[in-house]
Design a protein. Structure first.
Length: 105
C-alpha cells in the first residue's frame, strides 16, 4: 500500500521544495519577520508566497493522482492474490471430494 502521510508531513514534503519559508516549522519566524518588513518587501513576499501556494496546489493534485494510482494498483494486486488463493483452495477441496468419492466406490 502506498505510504500514508499526516497532513503536516505531506504539506512539508511538497512545500519544502517550493518555498522553505512556508514550512510549518518556519511559519512563526516568518510572521515575526513580516512584522518588521517594509510595505514593499511585505508585498513582494506575499506575491512570492501566493505563487508558492499555487505551485503547491498543482503538485498536491499530482500527488493525489499518483497516490490513487498506487492504491488502485495495490488493491488490484491484493484482489488477484486473494482470487488465486481461493481458486487454489477450491481445487484442493475438489480433489479431496473426488478422492472421497473414488474411495467410496
Amino acid at each position: 500500500m502506498p505510504p500514508l502521510l499526516s497532513g503536516d508531513e505531506l504539506y512539508d514534503s511538497i512545500m519544502g521544495s517550493i518555498e522553505p519559508d512556508l514550512l510549518i516549522s518556519n511559519m512563526p519566524q516568518v510572521v515575526l519577520e513580516m512584522e518588521h518588513d517594509t510595505q514593499e518587501v511585505k508585498t513582494e513576499r506575499i506575491e512570492r508566497y501566493n505563487r508558492a501556494f499555487a505551485e503547491y496546489d498543482r503538485r498536491l493534485a499530482e500527488h493525489k493522482q499518483d497516490w490513487d494510482k498506487a492504491y488502485n494498483d495495490y488493491k488490484r494486486a491484493s484482489m488477484e492474490s486473494l482470487t488465486g488463493f481461493l481458486n487454489a483452495a477450491d481445487k484442493d477441496r475438489m480433489t479431496d471430494i473426488e478422492r472421497q468419492l473414488d474411495s467410496s466406490l
